[in-house]
Design a protein around this ligand. Structure first.
Ligand code: ATP
Length: 305
């Protein structure tokens, strides 16, 4: 069939999803290779969850084709190889955690042993005996993680796996994901913490308004799209108008009280700041960061030049 080759785990061909008149995903085509770790990024409402739900076979595309392991993700043989930890963890309330895990194990052909799941996910033994509806947020997340891995999947989805977790829990989670990576599993995740994408993904697919607006190796995206910036604090009201006349300025914006100038030449910008007598305090030069690429590509309406 078509352009499929054996290294592709996921393939989307001209996929569109509408909810009534709402166009959530627009004509997205992409492939994801076996063994890769891919971050799907984008602002709220960009279409990330909808896209993942279609990859999981939970939603039907309105147009286009979604294939996972060269088949419809609805097929049992495909589901058997997929695990997912979604944003909304709805754990069955009337069961204890161990029973929920056993139930999930029964869905799969070759599930992991409960002991293995405990060791991979760091789930505590005593949590197994708790009622699923009595868990803390962090415990729930760990159970969700264990459920995602129950079938020993080749392809794992994590939709905002670390949202709301503290820094230690986040670090713990990603350490475990590193182990999964080293086992050759294909990992697809979304996150609002761009540093996580920077640290753990090999590839970034950036969504905005339902479309893919950037797709490439994480390093390349940063190298090609991130530029350096000069930032400072100022109470100079004229600064915006002045800076716009500078050479080499790509754009400028204000964030959290700091004024940022994105530029191809930080030296030239610094010289101009002082020549023009701009009252700049706490001047800093920053290497391009993923945040900046993200902001540049997705926040058209917030740009000031
Ligand atoms: N079941 C639904 N019914 C109607 N509209 C929906 C539904 N699910 C998503 N949408 C809409 O589709 C668009 C894409 O939503 P989606 O949840 O995929 O975005 P997202 O990138 O995952 O956002 P977030 O980061 O907030 O999770 C949004 O405008 C959303 O309101």
């Amino acid at each position: 069939m078509g352009g499929y080759y054996v290294g592709n785990v996921v393939q989307l061909e001209h996929v569109t999803k509408k909810f009534g008149k709402q166009l959530a995903v627009k004509d997205v085509s992409l492939t994801i290779e076996k063994g890769s770790t891919v971050a799907i990024l984008g602002p709220n409402g960009a279409g990330k969850t909808t896209t993942i739900s279609m990859m999981l076979g939970l939603l039907e595309p309105t147009e286009g084709v979604v294939k996972v392991f060269d088949k419809s993700p609805k097929e049992t043989i495909v589901r058997d190889r997929i695990g997912a930890m979604l944003q909304e963890v709805s754990i069955i309330d009337m069961l204890k955690v161990r029973e929920v895990i056993e139930m999930f194990r029964s869905y799969y052909t070759s599930p992991l042993q409960v002991e293995e799941l405990i060791s991979i996910t760091g789930l505590k033994e005593d949590v197994l005996g708790k009622w699923a509806n009595k868990l803390s947020g962090g415990q729930k997340r760990r159970v969700g993680f264990a459920l995602a891995l129950t079938g020993n999947p080749d392809l794992v989805f994590f939709d905002e796996p670390t949202a709301g977790l503290d820094i230690t829990a986040r670090r713990n989670f990603w350490e475990k994901v590193e182990t999964l990576k080293s086992q050759g599993k294909t990992i697809i995740f979304t996150t609002h913490y761009l540093q996580e994408a920077d640290d753990f993904s090999e590839r970034i697919i950036l969504f905005n308004n339902g479309e893919v607006i950037a797709d490439g190796k994480t390093e390349e995206i940063k190298r090609n799209l991130a530029t350096r910036s000069v930032s400072f604090l100022t109470d100079d009201k004229e600064v915006m108008a002045l800076v716009q006349t500078f050479h080499t300025v790509i754009r400028c914006f204000e964030k959290d009280g700091r004024f940022y100038i994105v530029t191809s030449d930080t030296d030239a910008v610094l010289a101009q700041i002082f020549q023009q007598g701009i009252h700049a305090k706490d001047v800093a030069i920053e290497q391009g960061r993923l945040e900046e690429v993200f902001e540049h590509l997705t926040s058209n309406d917030q740009e000031v030049m």
